[in-house]
Each structure stands twice: as C-alpha cells, then as structure tokens.
Ligand binder design. Structure first.
Ligand SMILES: Nc1nc2c(ncn2[C@@H]2O[C@H](COP(=O)(O)OP(=O)(O)O)[C@@H](O)[C@H]2O)c(=O)[nH]1
Ligand SMILES: [Mg+2]
Ligand SMILES: [Zn+2]
Length: 276
C-alpha cells in the first residue's frame, strides 16, 4: 500500500496510509544501496509485515531537516522583536525558489507596531502579492491552513520570529515549546533531535527551519536573477546582463520608475555580492 513517512526515530518509520499510522522497518536492501528513507518520502509498504519495500522518486530533498518532497516553505518574518529583515526575506525567497519549493510569506508580531508602521507593512505585503507571492499575517490561521492543505511544508525564518507559535496557532493538536525572545535569540542550537512533521489539517509541517540564510552557496550570480520573480517581466537588451552595471538596463529602469521595489533591487545586488 502507498503511504508517506511522517516520523523517523532511529530505524522505526511511522508511515501514514490513508488516515492510519503504521510503525514500519525499512528493507535491509536500502541500507546496502546507501538509500536513506526520509520523512516526506512516498513509500510502498508491505502491511502484512510492516516493512517499507519501495521509496518512490523524490521531487526534492533537504538536508536540515532531512526531508523529502517539500511543496512549500513558510517564511516567518517578524516585523519587530526581531526587527523586519528584508534582506533575509529576499534571500530566503531566492534560496527556497532555487530549490523548487514555493515560498509563502507570513508576517508576525504586527501587534507590536504603531498604526503608521502597520501601514508600511501592508504596502510591502501588497508589493509581494503583486509579483505573485501568497502573503499572510500570522493572525490569518484559516487562510494559511487553506494554502497548505495537503502539502509538505517547512518553516524558515530567524530564531524568535514566531515559528513554533504559529504552529500552535494553526492547530490545538500539539503544544510546541516556544521561547521567550531573549532566550530564543541567545540559543544557537535546536533542541529538536529528530525531524517530525506535524499533521495540521492534512498538511505536514516541519517545525525546524528548513533553510537558513547561509545556504546561498549553490546559486550562481548568473542564476540569482531568475529567483527574483518580478525581473521576468522585463527583457534586457544586453544578453547576459546581471542588471548591476549597464545604465540602459531594463531592470534598473524599472527600479527608477518604481515598478520594481527599490529594496528588492538593492537586496538583489547585496545577495549577488555575497555570492561572488
Ligand atoms: N507580540 C507577539 N509575540 C509573538 C507573536 N508570535 C510569537 N511571539 C512571541 O515571540 C517569541 C518567540 O516565538 P517562537 O514561536 O518561540 O519563535 P521561533 O523561534 O521562531 O519558534 C515568543 O515569546 C512568542 O510568544 C506575535 O504575533 N506577537
Ligand atoms: Mg521554535
Ligand atoms: Zn539588465
């Protein structure tokens, strides 16, 4: 029968088949071939013997957390405590997009802002929506649940941004430990020892950041522009243009005309600097 691995503890695999959970072992042959079954793997199970007999092809695979077939990354971006970090946001969007995962943006902690600052965030939200991203506030549980239904989802975003809090808000099935902001920022390591996917209304969500901003290394500076979705609307007359030098560059013109958000372009240049 077909199922999906939702939890791994040492060599015991919990496989969800329809709505039932099976504790399974993996076939010895995987080990011999150097194949490691991952959380998120679609598998075929011999349910008479509770053995995983086959792992179906993966659409992608992450290292930390070790997880396969990720559909979405929820980028959790706090607007205060810690302050909104737009370069981190744009960098995460690029890294996630590059890994063939659709990013969803969630702004948290708007309750800590003045009305004026809230307006600025609303404008920002509109921009990201206008270029094709789904953007949420962490108060919009119903909308978020709808967006991730049936998907495998990882979280991204800095410590203290409100990732665990969000999962607790999305479901009352779990009570995940959240940290006071001071402690969260002081902590270098996760206490999580194994990858578990929380089953939230038919979505599987990993409460371990799937991406950090440090993972730029695989993107080349030539490829970076393709992870900036709005750049695709413009065609430069310069072949191989990196949109950083030529005065007559279509992207630069779009920034001047305020059709591309200035911070997006500035962050593009900063991220490219980091790649070099
Ligand atoms: N005021 C406010 N505090 C929040 C919000 N979301 C999370 N927090 C607090 O921020 C701190 C860090 O949250 P946590 O979920 O542990 O962050 P994580 O490190 O990303 O998992 C905790 O004290 C939360 O109670 C929010 O929307 N508003
Ligand atoms: Mg947490
Ligand atoms: Zn250009």
């Amino acid at each position: 029968m077909n199922g999906q691995i939702i939890r791994i503890i040492s060599n015991l695999y919990t496989v969800k088949i329809d709505d039932m959970l099976f504790g399974c072992r993996a076939r010895g042959v995987f080990r011999n071939k150097g194949i490691t079954p991952l959380v998120g793997d679609n598998v075929i199970v011999d349910t008479d013997n509770n053995i995983i007999v086959k792992i179906l092809p993966r659409k992608n695979e992450l290292k930390r957390p070790a997880i396969a077939n990720v559909d979405n990354a929820l980028i959790i971006a706090s607007v205060k405590e810690p302050d909104l970090d737009l370069i981190l946001l744009d960098k995460l969007i690029s890294i996630i997009t590059y890994n063939n995962i659709e990013p969803l943006i969630v702004f948290t902690k708007l309750d800590l802002l003045t009305d004026e600052k809230k307006e600025e965030i609303a404008t920002l939200k509109e921009y990201y929506e206008s270029i094709g991203y789904q953007v949420f506030f962490n108060t919009e549980s119903a909308r978020i649940i709808k967006a991730i239904k049936g998907k495998i989802v990882v979280l991204a975003g800095q410590s203290g941004a409100g990732k665990s809090t969000l999962i607790n808000k999305l479901t009352d099935k779990y009570d995940i430990e959240t940290k006071e902001i001071s402690k969260a920022l002081g902590r270098g390591k996760h206490t999580t020892r194994h990858t578990e996917l929380y089953d939230i209304d038919d979505a599987l969500v990993a409460d371990t950041p799937g991406f950090s901003s440090l993972e730029l290394n695989t993107i080349s500076k030539e490829e970076l522009q393709y992870t900036f979705r709005e750049f695709k609307d413009y065609e430069c007359k310069y072949r191989d243009c990196l949109h950083n030098k030529e005065d007559d560059c279509e992207i630069k013109k779009a920034v001047e005309n305020k059709r591309i958000l200035k911070s997006r372009y500035d962050n593009y240049l900063k991220i490219m600097e980091e790649i070099k």
